[in-house]
Write a protein that binds this ligand. Structure first.
Ligand code: SF4
Length: 100
Protein backbone atom coordinates (compact mmCIF):
# COMPACT_ATOMS: atom_id res chain seq x y z
CA UNK A 1 0.00 0.00 0.00
CA UNK A 2 1.36 3.44 -0.88
CA UNK A 3 1.83 6.17 1.76
CA UNK A 4 -1.07 8.25 0.48
CA UNK A 5 -3.39 5.24 0.34
CA UNK A 6 -2.49 4.20 3.89
CA UNK A 7 -3.23 7.72 5.13
CA UNK A 8 -6.51 7.78 3.21
CA UNK A 9 -7.82 4.56 4.73
CA UNK A 10 -6.56 5.42 8.20
CA UNK A 11 -8.48 8.71 8.03
CA UNK A 12 -11.56 6.99 6.65
CA UNK A 13 -11.56 4.58 9.58
CA UNK A 14 -11.47 7.61 11.90
CA UNK A 15 -14.48 9.26 10.26
CA UNK A 16 -14.63 11.88 13.02
CA UNK A 17 -11.49 13.36 11.50
CA UNK A 18 -13.28 14.82 8.46
CA UNK A 19 -10.94 17.77 7.87
CA UNK A 20 -8.03 15.35 7.40
CA UNK A 21 -10.12 13.17 5.11
CA UNK A 22 -11.01 16.19 2.97
CA UNK A 23 -7.31 17.00 2.72
CA UNK A 24 -6.54 13.48 1.50
CA UNK A 25 -9.27 13.55 -1.13
CA UNK A 26 -7.71 16.69 -2.59
CA UNK A 27 -4.19 15.28 -2.55
CA UNK A 28 -1.63 16.57 -5.06
CA UNK A 29 -1.67 15.10 -8.58
CA UNK A 30 1.99 14.02 -8.40
CA UNK A 31 0.98 11.28 -5.96
CA UNK A 32 -0.62 9.37 -8.83
CA UNK A 33 2.84 9.11 -10.46
CA UNK A 34 4.62 7.62 -7.47
CA UNK A 35 6.65 4.48 -8.11
CA UNK A 36 5.31 3.13 -4.81
CA UNK A 37 1.96 2.61 -6.50
CA UNK A 38 3.54 -0.27 -8.41
CA UNK A 39 4.94 -1.88 -5.26
CA UNK A 40 2.09 -2.70 -2.89
CA UNK A 41 4.26 -5.39 -1.26
CA UNK A 42 6.70 -2.81 0.12
CA UNK A 43 6.01 -1.08 3.42
CA UNK A 44 6.73 2.65 3.50
CA UNK A 45 5.98 2.76 7.21
CA UNK A 46 8.65 0.59 8.83
CA UNK A 47 8.01 -0.43 12.41
CA UNK A 48 10.51 1.04 14.85
CA UNK A 49 13.39 -1.36 15.43
CA UNK A 50 12.17 -3.88 12.85
CA UNK A 51 13.21 -2.37 9.54
CA UNK A 52 15.46 0.26 8.07
CA UNK A 53 13.04 1.07 5.30
CA UNK A 54 15.65 -0.05 2.76
CA UNK A 55 13.13 -1.75 0.42
CA UNK A 56 11.00 1.40 0.31
CA UNK A 57 14.03 3.63 -0.25
CA UNK A 58 15.07 1.40 -3.17
CA UNK A 59 11.67 2.00 -4.80
CA UNK A 60 11.99 5.75 -4.22
CA UNK A 61 15.34 5.87 -6.03
CA UNK A 62 13.54 5.16 -9.32
CA UNK A 63 10.62 7.49 -8.67
CA UNK A 64 10.00 10.44 -11.00
CA UNK A 65 8.25 12.52 -8.32
CA UNK A 66 10.81 12.03 -5.56
CA UNK A 67 11.50 15.75 -5.12
CA UNK A 68 7.80 16.62 -4.85
CA UNK A 69 7.29 13.77 -2.42
CA UNK A 70 10.19 14.88 -0.21
CA UNK A 71 8.98 18.49 -0.13
CA UNK A 72 5.45 17.38 0.72
CA UNK A 73 6.66 15.18 3.56
CA UNK A 74 8.73 17.99 5.05
CA UNK A 75 5.86 20.47 4.77
CA UNK A 76 3.32 18.09 6.31
CA UNK A 77 5.71 16.48 8.83
CA UNK A 78 4.84 13.04 7.53
CA UNK A 79 5.95 9.79 9.10
CA UNK A 80 7.50 6.88 7.20
CA UNK A 81 9.53 6.81 4.01
CA UNK A 82 8.83 9.70 1.63
CA UNK A 83 11.09 10.90 -1.15
CA UNK A 84 13.60 8.21 -0.28
CA UNK A 85 14.11 9.43 3.27
CA UNK A 86 12.95 8.46 6.72
CA UNK A 87 11.36 10.92 9.11
CA UNK A 88 14.65 11.15 11.04
CA UNK A 89 16.65 11.80 7.87
CA UNK A 90 14.26 14.56 6.82
CA UNK A 91 14.59 16.24 10.22
CA UNK A 92 18.38 16.07 9.98
CA UNK A 93 18.41 17.47 6.45
CA UNK A 94 16.04 20.27 7.44
CA UNK A 95 18.23 21.18 10.44
CA UNK A 96 21.39 21.17 8.28
CA UNK A 97 19.69 23.32 5.67
CA UNK A 98 18.56 25.84 8.31
CA UNK A 99 22.08 25.98 9.80
CA UNK A 100 23.84 26.74 6.52
S1 SF4 B 1 9.43 9.13 -3.66
FE1 SF4 B 1 8.94 7.12 -2.78
S2 SF4 B 1 7.23 7.42 -1.37
FE2 SF4 B 1 7.38 9.25 -2.70
S3 SF4 B 1 5.93 8.87 -4.37
FE3 SF4 B 1 7.95 8.17 -5.04
S4 SF4 B 1 8.07 5.99 -4.52
FE4 SF4 B 1 6.34 6.89 -3.38
Amino acid sequence: MQPADERFWAALLRAQDLPQLADLVSRPSWMAKGACRDHPEVSFFPVRGESTGAPAKAVCRSCSVRAECYAYAVEHEERGIWGGTSERERRQLTRRSAAS
